[in-house]
Write a protein that binds this ligand. Structure first.
Ligand SMILES: CC(C)(COP(=O)(O)OP(=O)(O)OC[C@H]1O[C@@H](n2cnc3c(N)ncnc32)[C@H](O)[C@@H]1OP(=O)(O)O)[C@@H](O)C(=O)NCCC(=O)NCCS
Length: 109
């Protein structure tokens, strides 16, 4: 059954010229490898931020260090968390447009 749902909307501009400290707090090493492929990584960073905020909401947990939760991708591009809740599993979807990124997380257990 669905135990929790989380959604978050992020402004992409916030992550343009972001101070390095912010990215260090947000991104796991695998996230950095992923965004390095893009000329403008900001939409992807904003999407990762939104995904991790949505994760916190879905699980109702505030003790998750964002830089320890990587977002990986299946060969077809579908994202998933490299993070496993104590029980059940997570579903993640991310989208970005010109100015905003949005993510939804469902916790099923
Ligand atoms: C995969 C697809 C849905 C992405 O949509 P988009 O509008 O280009 O891009 P969005 O900004 O909404 O979404 C991008 C995010 O989608 C996610 N994504 C990519 N491929 C995905 C897939 N196969 N399944 C689920 N999520 C996917 C990623 O998280 C990506 O963000 P990230 O790279 O920063 O992690 C799109 O490229 C696609 O293939 N659409 C098929 C459309 C189609 O077949 N139309 C037929 C018309 S007749």
């Amino acid at each position: 059954m669905i135990r929790g749902v989380g959604i978050d909307l992020a402004v992409i501009d916030r992550f343009r010229n972001a101070e390095p400290g912010l990215l260090d707090r947000i991104l796991a090493p695998a996230d950095r490898d992923y965004i390095a492929k893009f000329a403008d990584p900001s939409p992807h960073i904003a999407g990762f931020w939104a995904a991790k905020e949505a994760l916190v909401k879905a699980l109702s947990r505030t003790d998750i260090a964002f830089n320890r939760v990587a977002i990986l991708h299946e060969p077809n591009g579908r994202p998933y968390f490299d993070y496993h809740p104590d029980e059940g599993r997570l579903h993640l979807s991310i989208s970005h447009e010109k100015e905003h990124a949005v993510a939804v997380v469902i916790w099923e257990a």
